[in-house]
Design a protein around this ligand. Structure first.
Ligand SMILES: Nc1c(NC[C@H](O)[C@H](O)[C@H](O)CO)[nH]c(=O)[nH]c1=O
Ligand SMILES: CC(=O)[C@@H](O)COP(=O)(O)O
Length: 164
């Protein structure tokens, strides 16, 4: 369903497991910081609301969305995390740079997730305009940071149930 037809933050609370057992890494891109900070607040607060302990949420910033892949890899290499949430905002400019970043990040995060067999959540807005990003970072279409946190919890729970 297209985002404009669905609030990103709509989900059934009864279907979200407790986040209490898990340790989360959050990697946040500094580019478009007004947007990414709003995504981060949504993700952080949602993890706490679902039972995560503050000491089990570790946050690091990277310069841009392209570096989210390296940030996720650095955190997972420690072996200390059950899921990584990557937050960024890529807004179309005048050139094809947008396309290269978006494709690199999507493919890079997928590869890191498979490399470590750990959930790596793609919480990256890829928009044509600033307004579209605002609408998805706590605006009329919800907050993709909340979506990322809920996804991380669900995937950490799935991984745990399949491991045992
Ligand atoms: N234009 C945006 C960027 N560009 C920077 C890249 O992500 C990267 O940091 C640079 O190419 C050096 O490797 N990053 C965003 O997150 N959002 C943008 O709109
Ligand atoms: C997505 C980008 O890197 C972009 O904001 C850079 O702008 P431009 O394509 O005009 O150089």
């Amino acid at each position: 369903m297209a985002t404009h037809l669905k609030n990103l933050s709509d989900f059934s609370e009864t279907e979200v497991p407790s986040a209490a057992p898990y340790k989360f890494g959050i990697v946040v891109a500094e580019w478009n910081a007004g947007i990414t900070n709003a995504l981060y607040q949504g993700a952080y607060e949602s993890l706490l609301e679902h039972g995560a302990a503050e000491q089990n949420i570790v946050t690091h910033q990277v310069p841009g969305s392209f570096e989210l892949t390296s940030g996720a890899d650095f955190l997972l290499k420690t072996g200390k995390f059950d899921a990584i949430i990557c937050l960024g905002c890529v807004i179309q400019g005048e050139t094809r740079h947008f396309d290269f970043i978006c494709n690199a990040v999507a493919n890079g995060l997928t590869n890191v997730a498979l490399k470590y067999s750990k959930p790596v959540i793609f919480g990256v807005l890829t928009t044509d305009t600033q307004q579209q990003a605002v609408d998805r970072a706590g605006g009329k279409h919800g907050n993709k940071g909340i979506e990322g946190a809920v996804t991380a919890i669900k995937m950490a729970y799935l991984a745990e149930t399949l491991k045992s």
